[in-house]
Design a protein around this ligand. Structure first.
Ligand SMILES: [Zn+2]
Length: 397
């Protein structure tokens, strides 16, 4: 497929990236660090620790495109999430969980009801709970600084766990109260859904609707509640085990084809690091600590810069023309492309998107969007319309 061809500026496993005129800070960091090897001889004694510490992101071998996509998702939630497609054992889940140490800080409501100062600014004092109204009047903050969390939606989950259901304990007290579901917990966080193609339709639909609207409403008996659900969705799947419905595929901003490492020396390096991680996770996390801290700062700084990043009109027109030439119909294609390019620009510390930025992210935004069914369908409709018009001509004369 033509749209799968990587542009010059993205390196793939085992291929040396061509020289690039512009230095990309975040990508450069990824490329440099991922190549820094971990020697078997450096390994300390097994730690014997049973704790679960995620593998360090900066220690993942290769897979540059996947790593860039995940960082872009941390920088700009408006890219509408990432879908990782690939066979088992290619490190998709490891990569997502490894984001743990890079998750940025955000302002979060300090209140159980999720009250925010902007609620008061738009809806007055009645828009928040009495406690927060009092705090606001006294000039106290309604938010606190908190880290973005990685929330996982397990495969065997039920719809009531996802959207929230009646709280059994509350019913004993005859007060019908609703429990918060996973989607509400994911507000302002990352929601990771492994094997998304194997989830029930009701759960996938609820998740995607919440992701698109940033909130959702639950009705259970007489109880109704609306929750914020402004999360970044990351899904992964093995295409061998069943495909996603096309309308679901369309909802993901970035699509990454994850293949196994192609070069023997990379596979050996990956083995060494995984072995070291299994023996003593803290040691390999410390091995990449400096770069991990640097990458986390870069993400935080890019998030701060993002609102100032502009996409020039003429470049936007060029992008739309390209999307039309590729015969992609969904308007989400350009929205996601523009937002991904803005995040990429912010990661480089600039405030104006250039063609290079678009080229770097275009394949991940545009691949798997064309539908041969729709192309055929439109063609047949055009032909039919021409036939109808031809038949109408004698009537008009
Ligand atoms: Zn409140």
């Amino acid at each position: 497929m033509k749209s799968n061809t990587p542009p010059d500026s993205i390196s793939y496993d085992g291929q040396e990236p061509p020289p690039h005129p512009t230095i990309r800070s975040l990508r450069e960091l990824i490329d440099l660090v991922s190549g820094r090897s971990f020697k078997e001889s450096e390994l300390l004694e097994p730690s014997g620790l049973a704790e679960i510490l995620p593998f360090p992101f900066m220690g993942l071998v290769g897979q540059t495109e996947m790593k860039v996509a995940l960082l872009l998702a941390l920088i700009n939630p408006a890219i509408n999430g990432v879908l990782l497609l690939g066979p088992r054992g290619t490190g998709k889940t490891t990569a997502v969980r490894s984001l743990f140490d890079l998750l940025p800080d955000i302002k979060r409501s300090a209140c159980f009801y999720g009250c925010l100062p902007q609620d008061i600014e738009s809806g007055g004092m009645d828009a928040v709970c009495p406690d927060c109204a009092r705090k606001y009047a006294e000039g106290l903050p309604l938010t606190k600084s908190d880290r973005v969390r990685l929330v996982e939606l397990p495969l065997n989950t039920r719809i009531d766990d996802v959207v929230g259901g009646l709280d059994d304990r509350a019913q004993v007290h005859e007060r019908m109260r609703l429990k918060r579901g996973i989607l509400a917990e994911a507000d302002q966080n990352i929601l990771y859904v492994d094997e998304i193609n194997l989830l029930g339709d009701d759960i996938v639909d609820a998740t995607l609707d919440a992701a698109a609207q940033g909130k959702y409403t639950v009705h259970r008996g007489p109880a109704t509640a609306t929750y914020n659900a402004r999360f970044t969705l990351i899904g992964s799947m093995n295409p061998e085990e069943g495909n996603l419905r096309p309308q679901i595929m369309d909802r993901f901003g970035l699509r990454i084809i994850v293949r196994g490492l192609q070069e023997a020396h990379e596979r050996l390096e990956a083995y060494n690091r995984v072995h070291a991680y299994t023996e003593n996770p803290r040691q390999i996390i410390e091995h990449y600590r400096r770069e991990t801290d640097q990458a986390r700062q870069d993400v935080q700084e890019a998030r701060r810069l993002l609102p100032q990043v502009e996409l020039p009109d003429d470049l936007a027109h060029t992008c739309i023309k390209m999307i039309q030439r590729l015969k992609i119909d969904s308007l989400r294609a350009e929205i996601n492309l523009f937002e991904a390019a803005r995040a990429y620009t912010a990661a480089d510390g600039r405030n104006k998107v250039e063609l290079n930025d678009v080229q770097a992210v275009a394949p991940m935004c545009l691949r798997l969007r064309r539908s041969s069914f729709m192309t055929r369908y439109f063609q047949e409709q055009t032909e039919e319309d021409l036939e109808i018009e031809a038949e109408l001509k004698p009537v008009q004369n």
